[in-house]
Design a protein around this ligand. Sequence first.
Ligand code: GTP
Length: 411
Amino acid sequence: MVKRKILVVEDSVVVLKVLNHLLSQNPTFSPVLCPCYKEAEKKLKESPGEFFAAIVDLNLPDAENGEIVDLVLSHQIPPIVLTGNISEKVRLNLLNKGVLDYIVKDNRYSFSYVIKVVERLVKNQGVKILVAEDSTTSRLFIKILLKQYGFEVLEAENGQEALAQLEADSDIRMLITDYNMPLVNGYDLVRMLRNNNRFQDLVIIGLSAEGDTSLSAKFIKAGANDFLRKPFYHEEFHCRVIHNLEAQDMLETIRNLANIDQLTKLKNRRHLFEEGGQLFRHRKADVSLAMMDLDFFKKVNDNYGHVVGDSLLELMGEEILEAFPDDLTCRFGGEEFCVISTAPVTEFIAKVKDFLETIRSKEYTDAKLSVTCSVGVCALPMQTLEESIQVADKNLYEAKNLGRDRVVSSI
Ligand SMILES: Nc1nc2c(ncn2[C@@H]2O[C@H](COP(=O)(O)OP(=O)(O)OP(=O)(O)O)[C@@H](O)[C@H]2O)c(=O)[nH]1
């Protein structure tokens, strides 16, 4: 497990204790506590380059004017600032320096918020954001803001380039786009993306110039999630980026709950009929389908109990995901699984045979169970998913009757 050192500099013993307690609840955080500037300076010297983030009190007894912020920033560590109160001048000064956030210690929720900011920083690592903007200065400004928060930033100078990058890299989670760009403008880019199913989950934030009130509405109507009116301030920018990513995370969780079988982590039957049905409807070449059923699974439950039965199913889920990483893998029900593949038929059947060999050669769970599986494959050019399942099911039945632990296929 990757441990992340968090430097906490705070002169109040109580606040230090609270932050230590909250940070320690996350097993990946390793808080390093300092009661004063001097101690922080020492810790930073002792472990150069080791701190992931810092939570610092703006006014310390031995550094009353926020010197701790400059110290932490000089070590390239993103600081979150704690303060008793804050004037507009200090707020702007802190944000301009590049602090992640500032938090006024006026209630107990303030500290939970601090932890949320650090956790978000962890989550942002590796999150790819594409900035489409033809002005180099503006692009650089946005890039710096995003980098402060740990995002990975990609850049495009126009809408066409942005489209090409999004098509080539499915890991891009957010697009921030200007309106005025050569070749394809921001508005057309959003419309093109929203007309493509593949980009339905991409978070899109439009940038609109000051004074142009109709543009923001236009962006939203075209399918953007949000917009920012230029010039914007760091704080608003970060809030919007993070709120939209959190909404996207929530959507993903809900979608996973609806599509994934919680025991085996394979796709569930509902998803199979939705996604598998589409594979058949839009087929260009081979679509093969395998129905796989564990042999004598009832005996596992009868002899070792349902808990062992469940963990065997869980392990089978892992084996299936490993054996068929590029295919649609589902739990059809009970101890029956379904795999749909668009690989060439012979290649797919060879993979199914390898899978049977793998599980035959291992022992599973603490009870060291030997497991075999029977498989029926349909690789005929069937018109629908339902027809293909029927053929595969018939072959599965035959595989069971022929003595189990084998593949029967119709090619
Ligand atoms: N532990 C556990 N058992 C399940 C689950 N779903 C279905 N089962 C059990 O799986 C067993 C399936 O038994 P059968 O349909 O008779 O099949 P089998 O014993 O595998 O025999 P063959 O398929 O003929 O080789 C039943 O006892 C179900 O109760 C589950 O989620 N967890």
